[in-house]
Design a protein around this ligand. Structure first.
Ligand code: KG4
Ligand code: ZN
Length: 349
């Protein structure tokens, strides 16, 4: 039996978790900084690193306590190397190194995006068989939108991705334009519940590569519409809360129509890729995979079974880092104590 401690501090969540056999979650502790960053309307990098410094040791202790395991029970420590904010990544990296050195434990470096992918491997009980490859993966987070063909553990082929904004970034920017606050994804989903998603037909961008995505035109179209309705000039970065002069129903309709357009683009291209590659399963992951409309539309339209993690594993967490770390550890990967963080680390070199 293999027990891995996962540590994740790439952005604004300080997280630690213990996993058994890479799939059974014994603990999953996440200290969120959302309240801290809300006043800035987004993640303030320097504040994020300092908050990680305060939280990391209590979070790791809690993860061991919740799992009822001691340091001696662990087989390895897995930690996020990148991509992410350098100052934030360094806090988790140094904590992991300190633990590995003090306890003489193997250290494994994990790509945060691979972590999101492996959130689909985590299960309540450990007896479900492994997935049958090839699997189509859609990663939709605050910083990434990637469509990937996975032919085995750690084997990835990139089919496409965003050519401008990431899906989560589009949610966050449009939420700001509509005066809905941070983080934008949950705020838009909430507002959209009372809205009509056919009130506007926002553009579905065409891209040269059939599997690429583009969301910047959609974001601008919402902004233009808000400007037109308010009859004044706005810019996304304007201090005064945009959207504040619009009636709540109009905001709800704009949010619903935007969400529909973005989800349609994600689902349409993913479904086409699934048909053309003949995969046995579609795995959706990353913060935006928490979106209820995306989860439902993907399930309704997919030709193959759709796997989406439970909501609490969609956004950043350390269970997914331990899961990805487990497969790397079993493949014999070990990092030295000189491992560095890589803020722009790619999944496929
Ligand atoms: O994966 P994640 O926690 O962090 C990154 O690695 O980027 O993703 C955060 C992103 C944010 O842009 C947030 O607005 C979005 O995920 N998000 C959602 C929802 N919950 C979080 N987007 C749409 N609908 C949601 N329910
Ligand atoms: Zn993430």
């Amino acid at each position: 039996m293999t027990l891995i401690l996962g540590i994740e501090t790439s952005c604004d969540e300080t997280a630690a978790a213990v996993l058994k056999e890479g799939r059974v979650m014994l603990s999953n502790v996440v200290a969120s900084q959302i309240e801290l960053h809300r006043q800035y309307g987004g993640v303030f990098p320097e504040m994020a690193s300092r908050q990680h410094v305060l939280a990391i040791i209590p979070v790791i202790r809690q993860a061991l306590a919740d799992a009822a395991v001691s340091w001696d029970d662990l087989d390895a420590v897995a930690v996020t190397r990148g991509p992410g904010l350098a100052g934030s990544l360094l806090v988790g990296m140094n904590a992991a190194k300190g633990a590995a050195w003090a306890r003489n434990l193997p250290l494994v470096g994990v790509n945060h995006l691979e972590g999101h992918i492996y959130s689909n491997w985590i299960q309540a009980e450990g007896n479900t068989p492994d997935k049958a490859f090839p699997v189509l993966v859609l990663i939709v987070s605050g910083g990434h939108t990637e469509l990937i063909l996975m032919s085995g553990h750690g084997q990835y082929q990139r089919l496409g991705g965003t050519i401008d904004d990431a899906a989560g970034e589009a949610f966050d920017k449009v939420a700001r334009v509509l005066g809905l606050g941070y983080p934008g994804g949950p705020a838009i989903q909430n507002a959209a519940q009372k809205g009509n998603d056919r009130a506007w037909r926002f553009p579905r961008a065409r891209t040269r590569n059939a599997y690429d995505f583009s969301f910047s035109g959609l974001k601008t179209a919402v902004l233009r519409e808000v400007q037109r309705l308010e009859g004044q000039d706005l810019s996304i970065s304007r201090k005064l809360t945009p959207g504040e002069h619009l009636p709540p129903q109009t905001i709800a309709d704009l949010a619903a129509s935007f969400q529909r357009a973005l989800v349609d683009a994600l689902v349409e291209k993913t479904v086409r890729a699934a048909q053309e590659t003949g995969v046995s399963e579609i795995c959706v992951c990353g913060g935006v995979s928490a979106n209820a409309v995306l989860r439902q539309s993907m399930r309704e339209q997919s030709p193959a079974p759709v796997s989406v993690p439970p909501i609490y594993l969609c956004t950043d967490n350390a269970a997914m880092i331990a899961a990805a770390g487990h497969y790397r550890f079993m493949a014999g990967e070990r990092a030295g104590l000189d491992m560095d963080v890589i803020p722009n680390l790619r999944l496929i070199p």
